[in-house]
Structures are given as structure tokens and as C-alpha cells.
Ligand binder design. Structure first.
Ligand SMILES: Nc1ncnc2c1ncn2[C@@H]1O[C@H](COP(=O)(O)OP(=O)(O)O)[C@@H](O)[C@H]1O
Ligand SMILES: [Mg+2]
Length: 135
């Protein structure tokens, strides 16, 4: 399979995009030769966050960046939307808390699965969640 570009963007406005996102993240993980365990963690987190972008954020995009720091490869993913934003981040990061009908584990669970996790959100402006997995 042809290599994916080191940086890129894909839309997240349909369920099909969520599926495509998962496939792309898998391929990116394989490209930097992440272990199967780290791949699975990253794909699971990407799956949760892309669904959040679609459902809670009203659609947005995923940007990716292949990284190299001190000879170490990494993959950064940014899930971005211009939706309603998150009013109470602390609450949103609580296990089991959902504003809808979810399980409330997407954000806190994703944080536990990856090496770096940053949420940037403002009510009325939108949300960006960035995650990074290092090799
Ligand atoms: N992109 C987003 N835009 C707006 N709100 C969000 C976004 N992502 C998460 N949230 C808020 O954070 C809550 C917790 O998210 P999560 O842990 O994934 O649980 P769930 O998706 O099951 O509700 C959501 O219920 C929602 O209120
Ligand atoms: Mg969720």
C-alpha cells in the first residue's frame, strides 16, 4: 500500500468518515511501526474522539502529523470542530459522565490510552482534542 503523507486532513461529517478515519489511523500507526498494542490503543482513542467530533461537535475534521523527536517516531492526531464546545471540561473528563446517551468514557478513556492528551475547548467556539502516541 502507498505511504500516507506525513501530514493531512480528513473530514468527519458522516459515520462513513469515522470508519475511514479508523482505517487511516491504523495505516499511519503501521507506517511508523508502532507495536500492535500501541496501535490498538491509538485506534480505539481515535474511534472515540472522531465519534465525539461527529456527534457532540456536529462534525469537523481529523488532522494528522507524523513526528520525529530525538530519533523517535510518533503520531499526533487532532480532532477539531466548531461546534458548541465543552462548558465544564473537568466534568467532561469524569468517567461515566455524558451529556447525552453515551457511556461517558470516550474522553477519560482516550486519555488513558495515549502518551499525550490535550483538550482545547471554548463554549460557542468549538473543540480540539490532540493525542500523540510515541514509538
Ligand atoms: N467535540 C465535542 N464537542 C462538544 N462536546 C463534547 C465533545 N466531545 C465531548 N463532549 C462532551 O463531553 C462529554 C463526555 O464525552 P465522552 O467521554 O466521549 O462521553 P460520551 O460521548 O459517551 O457522552 C460528552 O457527553 C459531551 O457533552
Ligand atoms: Mg464519546
Amino acid at each position: 500500500m502507498a505511504a500516507i503523507d506525513p501530514t493531512g486532513t480528513m473530514p468527519l461529517t458522516t459515520e462513513q468518515h469515522v470508519v475511514l478515519t479508523r482505517q487511516t489511523v491504523r495505516q499511519l500507526c503501521q507506517q511508523i511501526k508502532l507495536s500492535l498494542v500501541e496501535q490498538t490503543k491509538m485506534i480505539t482513542a481515535a474511534s472515540e474522539l472522531s465519534r465525539n467530533t461527529l456527534i457532540h461537535g456536529g462534525g469537523g475534521r481529523m488532522r494528522w502529523e507524523l513526528l520525529a523527536r530525538d530519533g523517535r517516531a510518533g503520531l499526533a492526531l487532532h480532532f477539531e470542530d466548531e461546534g458548541p464546545g465543552i462548558a465544564d471540561l473537568k466534568l467532561a473528563m469524569t468517567d461515566g459522565w455524558t451529556s447525552g446517551a453515551g457511556m461517558g468514557l470516550g474522553l477519560p478513556g482516550s486519555k488513558r490510552l495515549v502518551h499525550d492528551f490535550v483538550v482545547d475547548s471554548a463554549p460557542g467556539k468549538g473543540t480540539r482534542v490532540s493525542i500523540t502516541q510515541w514509538k
